[in-house]
Design a protein around this ligand. Structure first.
Ligand code: 2P0
Length: 325
């Protein structure tokens, strides 16, 4: 094997993934549609290493325990593909202010999959790399690609039809995501635990899954047609349904903070005033606002003035995961 470095950007789902149809292969209960961003990402180097165990250093600090074991199990899959037993030193740097709570396993596992395949000289196409990244984290399957991306739920038990690929976008759609930071610190309930709780206990989980395909189709069509209003409405519907299903879990689970709701209210107000802006929230308190590139500065300035908002950044469509060296 050789030393290889890769970079992957994070992505934000417009139509969400929440719940699994099979845990062993990490197969999602729903498909999803996302935008890979041009900022916030992970750089990861995978290098040969003489010790008996893999080593994992994140942002300059040695990582042990469950997090290292997750990286090691992931490397086991690449070693199996390569027919190798070589141990690795993995060094990652997250280009996300950690305290902002925006860090995501999406860019982490997309970068690790890309770097590890290069390091072990495993010849995989983007589809196979997306499937591999999905085993690390569902959302990572999407960060293998740039721009707007669909992750197919698939139907096969072996997960070979559960991969992400880019989707068609009308050239007239020049969109931005305004990322509004609403809290610092780590969230209390991670995505995997939150979706497992929802799946097991929420009476609304089945409705979430049953109505999901229609949203995925509507959003994909809206992207191809260049219909921001339809895309935005579908995006809001998807996030609100996802959060409603979690809210109805037992015990109920919500990620919103008061400032999250204040930003949502302001987005609705903008919308009523004729500015096409739409919100989405993930497993955390932050709000991401989809709008036209020409409206992004004024949307950002407006939400930055809301009491409690900690920071606002404008992101556009970003590139696919790639090998740097
Ligand atoms: C999404 N999220 O579609 C949804 C919306 C969070 C809320 O994908 O269990 O960290 O590792 O497959 O990928 C975050 O879930 O979960 C996520 P696992 P992952 O972006």
């Amino acid at each position: 094997m050789r030393r290889a470095t890769a970079y992957a950007h994070t992505n934000i789902a417009l139509v969400k993934y929440w719940g699994k149809r099979a845990v062993a292969l990490n197969l999602p209960a729903t498909g999803s549609l996302s935008l890979t961003l041009d900022r916030f990402g992970t750089e990861t180097t995978v290098a040969p290493h003489d010790d008996d165990d893999d080593r994992f250093v994140l942002d300059g600090e040695e990582v042990t325990g469950k997090e290292r074991a997750r990286v090691s199990s992931f490397l086991d899959m690449v070693r199996a593909l390569a027919g190798s037993r070589a141990r690795c030193a993995v060094t990652s740097r997250n280009d996300v202010p950690t305290a902002a709570g925006l860090a995501s396993s999406a860019s982490a596992f997309a970068a690790l999959a890309t770097a590890a395949c290069a390091a072990f000289d495993v010849d995989v196409d983007a589809r196979a790399r997306s499937i591999l990244a999905r085993r690390g984290s569902g959302s990572a399957a999407r960060s293998v690609h740039g721009g707007f991306v669909i992750l197919h739920k698939g139907a096969r038990d072996d997960g070979e039809d559960c991969f992400a690929e880019p989707v068609a976008v009308a050239p007239s759609l020049d969109l931005r995501l305004v990322v509004v930071r609403c809290a610092t610190g780590r969230k209390k309930t991670g995505s995997t635990d939150g979706m497992t709780l929802t799946e097991r206990t929420s009476p609304y989980f089945s409705s979430w899954v049953a109505t999901h395909d229609a949203d995925l189709q509507a959003a994909t069509r809206a992207l191809a047609d260049g219909d921001l209003a339809s895309l935005g409405r579908t995006m809001e519907r998807s996030t609100l349904k996802m959060h409603a299903s979690a809210l109805a879990a037992d015990p109920g689970l919500w990620y919103f903070m008061p400032v999250t709701v204040a930003v949502m209210n302001d987005v609705r107000a903008m919308h009523d005033e004729g500015v096409p802006a739409y919100f989405t929230m993930d497993a955390g308190p932050h709000v991401k606002i989809l709008c036209k590139s020409t409206d992004a500065d004024r949307v950002a300035a407006r939400v930055a003035a809301i009491a409690g908002v900690l920071g606002v950044e404008i992101a556009g469509p970003g590139p696919a995961a790639r090998v740097l060296a």
